[in-house]
Design a protein around this ligand. Structure first.
Ligand SMILES: NC(=O)C1=CN([C@@H]2O[C@H](COP(=O)(O)OP(=O)(O)OC[C@H]3O[C@@H](n4cnc5c(N)ncnc54)[C@H](O)[C@@H]3O)[C@@H](O)[C@H]2O)C=CC1
Ligand SMILES: O=C(CO)[C@H](O)[C@H](O)COP(=O)(O)O
Length: 301
């Protein structure tokens, strides 16, 4: 099979490499000429524009987008649109909102597959877990490439109609937030608690047979090994948050309680806030009702 890949960053490059390794042909394009050249060195046919990529693909185009979610997907689709026919298939492997994917599927002549991708750059060797939404014929058509990009045939499946792939990936990320928070709280108690403990040793021991073993816990083990028992100079600041926000918004709309996911998201936002207003007010209110001492900021700000 011949696959066009647009977006050759951390994730797109893995799509290219794994597709080439499985014996398929790849035509590659990125706005960065450097990224395109690097993919060419790995064996891909380099394109210098979306139009050039489409010409190199000929008829029955199979195109995988791995550009940042949002405007970049719409811009790429706008460039692709004049070259797309009904028998073509476009896959969006990024973290797009499922509603945007439904809109895009409705707005293109090609078959559109929304593909949630899990595993991250660390999965270059093993392959990804792929959650796909969209027309069944297009999914079946892409199976050889999905087999290559995923861990294998068991690493991908069609979740349902358009939007279902990115919907499942959105919820996956919500679960990811909650798991990270649960491990974080457990290790915080262990680190601050009454025994002098080795965090890496605990993570390693749990990873060998414990009920709570997981890849995220292996990443905890790696973090303690590489950063130290107290995480060294790693800052108390967690970036990102869009996919968790979408999960919570959807849960509210569906009236499904997700307190753990919401709590993890709130903690993430809180990590970016120094001197929370609500905590300062609570501090002052305790004086108001109980004449408890008001702790003052050292710098008087
Ligand atoms: N990094 C991760 O752990 C994961 C990322 N994703 C999703 O995969 C997508 C890509 O992520 P990364 O590879 O990490 O990002 P990245 O920033 O490493 O790479 C994005 C690439 O797209 C290129 N690009 C941007 N706009 C373009 C356009 N209009 N035309 C052609 N190329 C364009 C950039 O030059 C860059 O090389 C995002 O939607 C992200 O949310 C999904 C799962 C895991
Ligand atoms: O999808 C992922 C992991 O599964 C990506 O790492 C994503 O970038 C995480 O985004 P955020 O933490 O900002 O929601």
């Amino acid at each position: 099979m011949q696959l066009g890949v647009i977006g050759l960053g951390r994730m797109g490059r893995i799509v290219v490499d794994r597709t080439l390794d499985a014996g398929h042909d790849v035509v590659a394009f990125d706005l960065s000429a450097e990224a395109t050249a690097a993919a060419a060195e790995a064996g891909a046919d380099p394109a210098d524009s979306v139009e050039d990529l489409c010409e190199r693909l000929g008829t029955k185009k199979r195109i995988w987008l791995m550009v940042p979610a949002g405007d970049a997907v719409d811009a790429t689709l706008a460039d692709l649109e004049p070259h797309l026919e009904r028998e073509d298939v476009v896959v969006d492997g990024g973290n797009s909102h499922f509603e945007a994917s439904v809109r895009r599927a409705e707005g293109t002549d090609a078959a559109y597959l929304d593909c949630g991708t899990s595993g991250g750059p660390a999965s270059a060797e093993e392959g990804f877990s792929l959650m796909v939404g969209g027309p069944e014929w297009a999914y079946e058509e892409l199976v050889p490439v999905l087999d290559a990009v995923a861990t294998g045939p068991a690493g991908h499946d069609r979740m349902g109609e358009s939007g279902a792939g990115h919907y499942v990936k959105m919820v996956h990320n919500g679960v990811e937030y909650a798991l990270m928070q649960a491990y974080g709280e457990g290790f915080e108690l262990l680190a601050e608690g009454r025994y002098d403990l080795e965090m890496e040793s605990i993570a390693r021991t749990w990873n060998n047979g414990a009920v709570i073993r997981s890849w995220l816990l292996e990443l905890c083990e790696e973090a303690f090994r590489e950063e130290g028992n107290d995480l060294g100079d790693v800052a108390d600041h967690v970036a990102g948050g869009s996919t968790g926000t979408w999960t919570v918004e959807e849960a509210l709309e569906q009236e499904v309680p997700v307190p753990l996911i919401y709590g993890a998201l709130a903690e993430r936002f809180d990590s970016r806030n120094e001197g929370r207003f609500s905590r300062r007010l609570a501090n002052r209110l305790r004086y108001g009702f109980g004449r408890h001492e008001v702790k003052r900021r050292a710098d008087g700000e």
